[in-house]
Design a protein around this ligand. Structure first.
Ligand code: ZN
Length: 195
């Protein structure tokens, strides 16, 4: 059981780009130059990455240059009305979706309501969110397939047939077909909407 779980964990890490084979150079560099950090301390390494020390672990804040550029990424903010100089977490989240701060998003949505375009905008927004969610679901589906495959392989390397009479390949393709069917129907339902 433990090895199966480790397989799933490894796939997850591979997909996220955090597997030890993908981060090897960074790990060896840091072991060589180990510095003890205080909780809350921020620093940048020789690659320009910014880090923050948390209790027992550290998080990568991104490239220093990227952090500096952050404010200028609010490219869709209205120059006339925007007062956002120190973006909050909510502003940053809005920037990822809309390229503008929260206040500018609210004002933009207000304008759309007046122009009678809000419903269409909202439907597109829901669709975009759904597509992002489906992308994540697709990754999880692949993890599930890998996990299932691991359960078929017996200790001597022979491949076991599933009790439903399906081979692992047949079950895998069934998962793919079902997922594609679900995806198509899900998107179609959203696109047709219900006003
Ligand atoms: Zn703004």
């Amino acid at each position: 059981m433990k090895t199966k779980l480790q397989n799933v964990k490894a796939v997850k890490e591979m997909l996220a780009g955090t597997h030890k084979t993908q981060t090897k150079t960074i790990i060896s560099f840091e072991n060589k130059d180990y510095v003890r950090r205080e909780v809350g301390e921020q620093w940048s390494d020789e690659f320009g990455n910014q880090w923050e020390q948390k209790k027992g672990y550290k998080v990568k804040l991104g490239k220093l240059s990227e952090t500096r550029k952050e404010v200028s990424k609010f490219t869709n903010c209205s120059k006339e009305i925007c007062t956002c100089t120190t973006p909050s977490q909510a502003d940053k989240k809005m920037m990822m979706y809309h390229g503008m701060c929260l206040d500018c998003v609210i004002s933009m949505e207000h304008t759309l309501t007046i122009e009678g375009k809000y419903k269409e905008y909202e439907r597109n927004k829901i669709l975009e969110n759904a597509k992002a969610w489906l992308k994540q679901a697709e990754i999880e589906k692949e993890i599930l397939k890998t996990g299932l495959k691991a359960q078929y392989i017996l200790e001597d390397g022979r491949v076991e047939e599933w009790e439903g009479g399906m081979t692992p390949e047949e079950l895998e393709s069934k998962i793919d077909v079902e997922f594609e069917k679900f995806k198509t129907e899900f998107i179609a339902k959203l696109e047709n909407g219900n006003d």
